[in-house]
Design a protein around this ligand. Structure first.
Ligand code: C5P
Length: 222
């Protein structure tokens, strides 16, 4: 393991789910545990980076070596924290499972049952954090994740192009891999190449991923 793969670089990692509030006691969330992102943050610190970890609501301790942790709840809060932290960063790794939608309004009081009638929530789309950073003239090297159940390569290549990012780490979810599991397997895609990282526990996989990120960063940014 190349201990200095990210030596001297400022790296921002986002991790975990986002929670989009419906009312004071309810929210829309997802099953991301944050484990993969926290493992990536730890591996990046081990590889010599100065790491800022932007964490959604998770029950995980800050990994050793991580310089700064910013806890957020919603996608909007995550975007604001990432934009600030990434302003002078070399690399942004978006490992968070950002909610695609949020309720248009957050009810100020707990919603009551409708007496047998249904309840309709209107959702609006959240901003895409990676695409927002990619649109800037001065932007960090951008790494995204893709979790799909099928057609992994096509989705990953589409994500590279559509979001305008440098690297996509793709994993197949289901079949005991991905969310809420200790193991994962990844295929890393960039504009003109790919590398398969076989099934391993998330910390080992994170170390391999960080090595690839270091190699690709230096290939593109010198
Ligand atoms: O578009 P999709 O959610 O499939 O892409 C996943 C990747 O995009 C992840 O790296 C995730 O962190 C990032 N993402 C983001 N902002 C969003 C949604 C996803 O940065 N609003």
């Amino acid at each position: 393991f190349a201990a200095g793969a990210l030596a001297g670089l400022k790296v921002v990692v986002s991790a975990g789910p986002t929670y989009e509030d419906i009312d004071p006691v309810r929210f829309i969330g997802n099953r991301s545990s944050g484990r993969m992102g926290f493992a990536v943050a730890e591996a990046a610190a081990q590889a010599g980076a100065e790491v800022t970890l932007v964490a959604g609501p998770v029950a995980l301790p800050t990994p050793p070596g991580v310089a700064r942790r910013i806890d957020v709840r919603s996608a909007a809060q995550m975007l604001a924290a990432v934009e600030e932290a990434a302003a002078d960063a070399d690399i942004y790794i978006g490992a968070a499972a950002v909610g695609d939608y949020r309720p248009q309004q957050v009810a100020p009081r707990k919603l009551a049952k409708q007496g047998g009638a249904g309840l309709t929530l209107t959702l609006v789309e959240n901003p895409d954090i990676l695409a927002t950073l990619a649109a800037r003239p001065q932007r960090p090297f951008l790494v995204g994740f893709a979790a799909q159940t099928h057609d992994l390569a096509a989705y990953a290549r589409d994500k590279l192009q559509r979001k305008g990012i440098d690297l996509v780490a793709a994993n197949e979810v289901g079949a005991g891999l991905g969310f809420e599991t200790p193991d994962n397997a990844l295929t890393v895609y960039w504009a003109d190449g790919l590398l398969e990282l076989p099934r391993a526990d998330k910390r080992e996989l994170a170390r391999r991923l960080v090595e690839v990120i270091g190699e690709r960063y230096r290939a593109v940014r010198g």
